[in-house]
Design a protein around this ligand. Structure first.
Ligand code: PLP
Length: 390
């Protein structure tokens, strides 16, 4: 493959809205990606917590081929069997009461739907979000994303509905609620914000305050959901049952799909005509997501994520310097590296390992749930050699 030619086309004809690395992949298998440069890479990024089954998992490939050979898309004007099957499977693993699904195509869209549901249901106009959150880049999700760098220049598109509170600051949380609070939107572990888990007290207090004020708790599980953290959903670690849960990323294992789960009663808020999307829950997307959930279940990947992630975190903790920090749950791990994050990313790449830097100074590890222990050991060895050199 001619890299110069690719770079020419890319820079001439693609929006330059991503900070891309000059790496091109031709194919993948499990946690391995194969580059056009002929190298093998251990993928600890997984499309940013997306490829839950890794690359080219036979069950997912079979689901794609089988469904595509029969029916790819029909409108939501009709009943869709694959969508109903997926909804039933999701209801079975979701926190109690979240029995109803509405399918969309991305995380931002899921959050947008949840926000629309909340304001329409409560008739109120304020939503509480957490500093450094990330909920997506569509207008309402962007307003709930409490990071000025993402909002800059888009003010006129966003309503003035959000109130921001500091992560894990109970006093700031209590002060934000009032009688006009429709909802609180929260990530159990902030992902883009630097892999920062809520404390037990913060998350549970948010639940209590929502109950006290008649507001809805919307749990953004776009990054934490579908087994990544060692439980099906991040909120399961906290014993917190949200009113609405938002999913995307790992749900489709790489095939675009998102969804909100809510109670039966809340689902009635979005009566026919109030919300929808052409592609949401297509037969193909639904069949693929169902194969992902079934495979995660049958291969025991949820407890495996807990086990592998726990060992990995322990290994990392034993190696990093005193002014560094490791955080996370299951296979969603962040290493606060200070000004060494980019250098570690580079060192990993030189050793054939892909890792991601988020929030400027955090190395984020969100590998496929199928990642092997040999690959994780390889990362630890590479971290070890990096720490020796600095
Ligand atoms: C917690 C969370 N919510 C929402 C989103 C937005 O998802 P998408 O990029 O699919 O719109 C992301 C993406 O990183 C996310 O991590």
């Amino acid at each position: 493959m001619d890299m110069q030619e690719l770079l020419r086309k890319d820079s001439t004809h693609l929006f330059q809205n991503y900070g891309r690395q000059d790496l091109v992949f031709t194919h993948g298998e499990a946690e391995f990606l194969y580059g056009a440069d002929g190298r093998e890479y251990i993928d600890l990024v997984a499309g940013i917590a997306v490829n839950s089954l890794g690359h080219s998992h036979p069950a997912m490939t079979a689901a794609i081929c089988d469904q595509a050979s029969r029916l790819v898309h029909v409108s939501n004007l009709y009943r869709i069997k694959e969508q109903a099957d997926l909804a039933e499977a999701l209801a079975a693993i979701s926190p109690a009461g979240l029995d109803k699904a509405l399918f969309v195509n991305s995380g931002a869209e899921a959050n947008e739907a949840a926000l629309k549901l909340a304001v329409r249901n409560t008739g109120r106009s304020k939503v509480i979000a957490v500093d450094n959150s990330f909920h997506g880049r569509t207008a309402a999700a962007l307003k709930a994303t409490a990071q000025p760098k993402y909002q800059e220049g888009f003010g006129c598109l966003m309503g003035d509905f959000a109130r921001y509170v500091e992560l894990n600051d109970i006093e700031s949380l209590k002060a934000a609620f009032d009688q006009d609070t429709a909802a609180m939107m929260i990530e159990p572990i902030q992902g883009e914000g630097g892999v920062r888990p809520c404390t037990m007290e913060f998350f549970r207090t948010a639940r209590d305050l929502c109950d006290d004020h008649g507001a809805l708790l919307i749990c953004d599980e776009v990054q934490t959901g579908v087994g990544r953290t060692g439980k099906w959903f991040g909120c399961d670690h906290y014993g917190v049952e949200p009113d609405v849960m938002c999913l995307a990323k790992g749900l489709g294992g790489g095939f675009p799909i998102g969804c909100i789960m809510s109670t039966e009663e809340l689902s009635r808020t979005l009566a026919p005509g109030t919300h929808g999307t052409t592609f949401g829950g297509s037969p193909l997307a639904s069949a693929v997501a169902l194969s992902v959930i079934n495979t995660i279940s049958s291969e025991g990947l949820v407890p495996a994520a807990m086990d592998k992630g726990g060992k990995l975190m322990e290994g990392i903790r034993g190696m990093i310097a005193e002014d560094m920090e490791v955080r996370g749950m299951g296979l969603m791990i962040g290493i606060g590296m200070g000004d060494k994050a980019k250098a570690l990313q580079e060192h990993c790449l030189n050793n054939g390992i892909l890792v991601n830097v988020c929030a400027g100074d955090v190395i984020r590890l969100v590998p496929p749930l199928v990642v092997g222990s040999k690959s994780l050991q390889c990362f630890l060895d590479t971290l070890g050699s990096f720490m020796e050199d600095i």
